[in-house]
Design a protein around this ligand. Structure first.
Ligand code: SF4
Length: 381
């Protein structure tokens, strides 16, 4: 199983309850960002470019618990920044586990081995380790030579200590599908529970704007990677989202499916765009003009987006939306390895598109005045 049965059951019954109550828009996973500080400066991520006083600010455990209770999701992902840099992360995680939330603590794993003793293995806790590919590709992606070896060391230590360990892989333009498939083999061999994979998105603040995937190229890449699937591979993503990535299914974005709470408040409308903040979850749901977002809205910032945080909840919603959705999902889980000769051809034809040196972030982008003010309130400066 890609997730424990108790988790699958909790999520399925939560979604069914939302459907039966007639709730049109419901959140599935809270994206809890307790800090933006990081010990990496990846070219594809803009978070680290906030000014120093914002990077210094962090949410307290109480603020985290309040956010979780406000939105009521059965799952909580903790991205960042690097959550292991938050001095109260063990307390935050323990409090979420106590509330029976399924927690995915995202980490680059540079500190995982040394901080492992601060956490207790639980079916509610999974370390979601960011590994963008095989050694060379990951080091390029995170702009840190040796980053892959440290991360994999952390993965092995966590698996050996009895923790649930999953991975998340973001793919950018130029990714070698053959190498990604070998990467999946490596992850399964070290005992990872399951893997999540998503195309990258162009952050306004990210310094490397050239290497993000457009929609058509994304579908081609994911078709070549995810077709002719090996039996040993386990994925931590809804089967319908994965078919969407492969170009086999159309889904519309559900930006409310993974609401984001950070030191600035509830982010409008999604994990990627920052069109302001709401003070409460209810205000977020009421204030956002949802029709202005998603690819079909014509919003140019959504035109190429196929990311997990926008479409995973769409996949889950599709599954539970009809008998057809349930049957298609069951077929995908139990009977389909997606045999596809054309995809094999794509693998054989792949050629490197670019070779560029590692890009290090140099120039911090300016935050808005409102962002400064909120961060100052949180950091107490
Ligand atoms: S399409 Fe992407 S960028 Fe647009 S609202 Fe959805 S998740 Fe956000």
């Amino acid at each position: 199983m890609a997730v424990p049965i108790s988790q699958a059951w909790t999520v399925a019954s939560y979604v069914m309850k939302q459907k039966l109550s007639g709730r049109k828009r419901y959140p599935l996973v809270l994206m809890l960002e307790p800090l933006f500080r990081c010990n990496l400066a990846c070219a594809g991520c803009g978070k680290i470019q906030y000014p120093a006083h914002i990077l210094k600010a962090e949410l307290s455990p109480e603020e985290c618990f309040r956010a979780v209770e406000e939105c009521g999701t059965p799952m909580v992902a903790i991205p960042g920044g690097e959550p292991l840099l938050h001095p109260k992360m063990p307390e935050i995680v323990a409090g979420l586990v106590e509330r029976k939330k399924y927690v995915y603590m995202c980490t680059n794993a540079l500190l995982l081995k040394e901080k492992l003793h601060l956490f207790k293995p639980s079916k509610f806790l999974s370390f979601s380790v960011h590994v963008d590919g095989q050694r060379e590709h990951h080091d390029f992606s995170v702009c840190r030579e040796g980053g892959y070896d440290v991360a994999m060391d952390g993965v092995r230590a966590a698996v050996a200590a009895g923790f649930r360990v999953t991975t998340n892989t973001t793919l950018f333009d130029g990714a070698d599908p053959n190498s990604v498939r070998l990467h999946f083999d490596e992850l399964m061999e070290v005992g990872v529970e399951s893997m999540m994979v998503s195309p990258g998105y162009t952050y306004d603040k990210a310094p490397d704007q050239k290497h993000f995937l457009g929609r058509a190229r994304s579908k081609k890449l994911f078709r070549s990677i995810l077709s002719n699937r090996k039996k040993s591979w386990r994925f931590n993503a809804s089967p319908m989202f994965m078919e969407f990535l492969m170009g086999k299914k159309e889904l519309t974005c559900t930006p409310w499916g993974m609401p984001t709470f950070s030191i600035f408040g509830w982010q409008k409308p999604c994990y990627l765009l920052q069109d302001g903040y709401a003070d409460t979850f209810q205000e977020l749901m009421e204030q956002v003009e949802w029709a202005n977002y998603g690819t079909e809205s014509g919003n140019p910032r959504c035109a190429n987006c196929m990311v997990h945080s926008g479409y995973e909840a769409s996949g889950v919603n599709y599954t539970f939306g009809s008998l057809k959705g349930l049957l298609q999902t069951a077929k995908a889980i139990f009977f389909s390895s997606y045999n596809d000769e054309g995809a094999n051809k794509l693998l054989n034809e792949w050629e490197p598109a670019h070779q560029a040196p590692l890009v290090q972030i140099a120039t911090p982008a300016a935050a808005t005045q409102k962002e400064h003010a909120r961060a100052e309130m949180v950091s107490g400066d």
